[in-house]
Design a protein around this ligand. Structure first.
Ligand code: NAD
Length: 492
């Protein structure tokens, strides 16, 4: 990779990364197809000649991954695995800010998030799973019929992480930590829009003591992802991305070797504000919920339902705060910036087109325009009272665009919140604990926040119902997703 014309204070900025990371080394790709990456703040070229890994590259990485799975890594004790995690967390303490800074050049994620959120999130994830390496238990059933039954939780083997563009390094660690804690090996396929951080982080695994081949990185696009999804020696795909790609991966998995899949897909998350809610708290959470990473998060609070009796007060506060938030949008590499641009011109054009069509289907109350004349900046945008089938109300926008609707009754809002194919996250804002629990139980999503929204916690399962996905990440659930039980029957 050649990094062009970008002044970034990082040690590896001059290093050549126009390679794959395979078996502990940066190696040349067999492919001549390459990617160029632009900074979404102004369209300047950040890097070029990033390889798009092809079939030969994929086969090479899988071969080394299999060798690593059966090599010294298989003999690591749980405490040795845990030590690797802890050493990696220490190494990242100093190196992660530069790596995340590098990613910011292509994702547009503000560098202001690095010290406050990103770094801690990734370190917590590693330390959390460092504590799990010796705790995943099997099972035992007594020999009352003459057979003792032992159940072992065994690793799957060669696993693949296929990641989206919005938070590439965090996605890498969310998948790598439970995958490695259970003794698997991992090939990472970052998004074609944001491979830099993943390529930069790869050698740190060996520096921390993981053997070569345990974590490898293959940059590429959908074709590379498809080669991995259909590969006969890959045992698991852990995918985060769109519903459309998730379906293709599930088909490829079924048609090849029935490899296991975890799918973390899109969302259209509802936030329900009841009349007894703390309005200030609800406004704060729902605004953060739609503006974090400029709306490019799967759990974005993109549908807000507010009870009619408080709707005037809530909506006026909400709109004012959205207008004020526009002032926090700017150069993502400026440490004072809160919100950056959309990740590239394709994302920008898609969001603009949805806003434009939305104007005929709902009332635009604020935003909707490009900010400035260059770059992928878009105003925080609020629509009111959508038509029932409005695209802006039904489909994931993946931008800073929210639709607000009023409601009268609990029953009515539960029905509206559930009237979607998505089911990832929801928020319920009320001071009545009975109502909070009643409504949470009836909302059809993998996660419900009470008096909060658009958040996740490493201890608790995270993932979607319905078209938002299959399986769960985080907590013990992720460890289960990277292992399979084996039963041993002992004839006494
Ligand atoms: P995407 O589906 O376009 O791409 C995701 C990854 O899949 C990329 O690495 C891409 O190269 C790869 N890919 C594309 N075609 C493929 C194929 N045929 N086979 C295998 N891999 C293929 O998604 P995106 O635009 O990068 O990310 C945005 C989407 O991700 C949104 O829908 C968002 O909601 C979702 N997302 C979900 C979560 C979650 O945890 N649920 C988190 C972040 C993002």
């Amino acid at each position: 990779m050649a990094l062009l014309g970008q002044s970034i204070p990082i040690s590896f900025s001059k290093t050549s990364f126009n390679k794959l990371y395979v078996n502990g080394k940066y190696i040349k790709s067999n492919s001549t197809d390459t990617l160029s990456l632009l900074n979404p703040k102004d369209g300047t070229l950040v890097a070029e000649k990033i390889p798009i890994a092809d079939k030969v590259d994929v086969d090479t990485a899988v071969k080394h991954a299999e060798a690593a799975f059966n090599g010294p890594w298989a003999t690591f004790t749980s405490s040795q695995r845990s030590e690797c995690f802890r050493r990696l967390a220490d190494i990242l303490e100093t190196k992660l800010p530069d790596i995340l800074h590098l990613d910011s050049l292509t994702t547009g994620n503000p560098v202001s998030l690095i010290p406050t959120r990103e770094k801690n999130y990734i370190k917590n994830c590693l330390l959390y799973y460092a504590g799990w390496t010796d705790k995943l238990r099997g099972d035992y059933f007594p020999a009352d019929d003459g057979f003792v039954k032992l159940v072992r939780q065994e690793p799957l083997g060669v696993c693949v992480a296929i990641n989206p563009y919005n938070s590439p390094v965090a996605s890498l660690f969310i998948k790598a930590a439970p995958c490695l804690a259970t003794g698997n090996v991992l090939i990472v396929k970052p998004s074609e829009k944001s491979p830099l951080g993943s390529l930069a982080v790869a050698p740190l695994f060996e520096e921390a003591g993981f053997p070569p081949g345990v974590v490898q990185v293959l940059p590429g696009d959908g074709k590379t992802g498809a080669l991995l999804a259909e590969h006969m020696r890959v045992r698991k795909i852990s995918f985060t991305g769109s519903v459309a790609t998730g379906k293709k991966i599930q088909i490829a998995a079924a048609q090849s070797n029935l490899k296991r899949v975890t799918l973390e897909l899109g969302g259209k998350s509802p936030a329900v504000i009841f009349e007894d809610a703390d309005i200030d708290n609800a406004v704060t959470w729902t605004i953060n919920g739609i503006l974090a990473r400029t709306g490019q998060v799967c759990v974005a609070a993109s549908r807000v339902y507010v009870q009619k009796s408080i709707s005037e007060k809530f909506i006026s506060q909400y709109v004012e705060r959205m207008k004020a938030a526009a002032l926090g949008i700017g150069d993502p590499q400026d440490p004072d910036t809160r919100y950056g641009p959309l990740a590239d011109s394709a994302a920008f054009e898609k969001v603009r087109a949805m806003i434009s069509r939305g104007k005929g289907e709902a009332e635009l109350v604020v935003g909707g325009n490009q900010i400035g004349t260059k770059g992928c900046f878009i105003e925080p945008t609020v629509f009111l009272n959508p038509k029932p089938d409005a695209e802006i109300y039904r489909n994931e926008v993946f931008g800073p665009v929210v639709v607000v609707k009023t409601f009268d009754t609990e029953e009515e809002v539960i029905e509206a919140a559930n009237d979607t194919e998505y089911g990832l996250m929801a928020g319920v804002f009320t001071k009545d604990i009975n109502r909070a629990l009643r409504v949470s139980a009836r909302i059809d999503s993998g996660v419900v926040g009470v008096n909060c929204v658009s958040m996740m916690h490493i201890q608790a399962p995270f993932g979607g119902k319905k078209a938002s996905g299959i399986g769960r990440e985080f907590g013990e659930y992720a460890l289960r997703a990277f292992t399979e039980p084996k039963t041993i029957l002992i004839n006494m």
